[in-house]
Design a protein around this ligand. Structure first.
Ligand code: 13P
Length: 259
């Protein structure tokens, strides 16, 4: 049984004061970590105060990015080694916005994934479609070339710990909607490819998250899909009430079924 993972990706939102205030609003209303993992990826400067506040809680503070190198003359970069020293266990890598606005290639993402995995920080490896390979509702989506390139060089043991995500660009951000069928299809294809290349054991263990217009109204539906093990949430995660609702989707869903 793969443990669900609910991740808030705050992107370039909230200053330190707002990030800390958010934590104080939600911390005692999050579910028990035996049933679900919950994480927040704030802006880099907010990770430290947030780590301090969440030290003895179940909430994971996640980095939105990291460099390919551990240290050296790389102005503006974030060392995954130092993230680890600070107590960070997860780093998001290869988000479509990093690829689109900062020209991160599969090769760069792969180097970042290796740097993180080799030092013991779990990469959340993001993939998005590329209009050539999957057909859903008469539209073509291509995600698999990215997948194989970004995972190159990882051992089977490392692969089992990696977290993957499928975030179709057509569903991310203002003016877009989640397509439930595409969400499951994308995650299913990722798992099928993992099964084909790395075997049943890895495919059954690896967690695959879906991202794109997830909100309190659709989270239970998407989490109900067989190949979706978690979600990456942008806009809706910025509101503390919505975040608490989504983190507790299992309880809320059970209550809704009872009524
Ligand atoms: P939205 O939830 O705002 O569509 O963003 C999704 C995303 O990019 C999560 O990483």
């Amino acid at each position: 049984m793969r443990k669900p993972f609910i991740v808030a990706n705050w992107k370039m939102h909230k200053n330190v004061e707002q990030s800390v205030a958010f934590l104080h609003k939600v911390l005692d209303r999050l579910p028990n970590s035996d049933h679900v993992d919950i994480g927040i990826a704030p802006q880099s400067f907010a990770t430290y105060p947030m780590i301090e506040i969440t030290q003895h809680t179940n909430l994971q503070i996640i980095s939105q990015n990291a460099a390919t190198k551990y240290d050296g003359a790389y102005t503006g970069e974030i060392s995954v080694k130092d993230l680890k020293d600070m107590g960070i266990n997860y780093v998001m890598l290869g988000h479509s916005e990093r690829r689109r606005f900062f020209h991160e290639s599969n090769q760069i993402v792969n180097q970042k994934v290796l740097a993180a995995a080799n030092i013991g920080v779990t990469p959340i490896v993001c993939t998005n479609e590329d209009e050539e390979s999957i057909v859903v509702n008469n539209k073509r989506y291509y995600i698999l070339r990215q997948l194989h390139n970004v995972l190159q060089g990882l051992s089977i043991e490392q692969l089992q710990k990696v977290i993957l995500s499928f975030e179709p660009t057509s569903s991310i951000g203002e003016g877009h909607e989640m397509n439930l069928q595409l969400a499951e299809r994308g995650c299913q294809l990722l798992r099928q490819q993992i099964r084909l290349f790395y075997g049943n054991d890895v495919a059954n263990k690896i967690r695959i998250l879906y991202g794109g217009s997830v909100n309190p109204d659709n989270i239970a539906q998407v989490m109900d899909q067989p190949d979706v093990d978690g979600v990456l949430i942008g806009r809706a995660s910025l509101d503390p009430e919505k975040f608490v609702q989504m983190a507790n989707y299992q309880n809320n869903y059970a209550l809704a079924l009872q009524n």
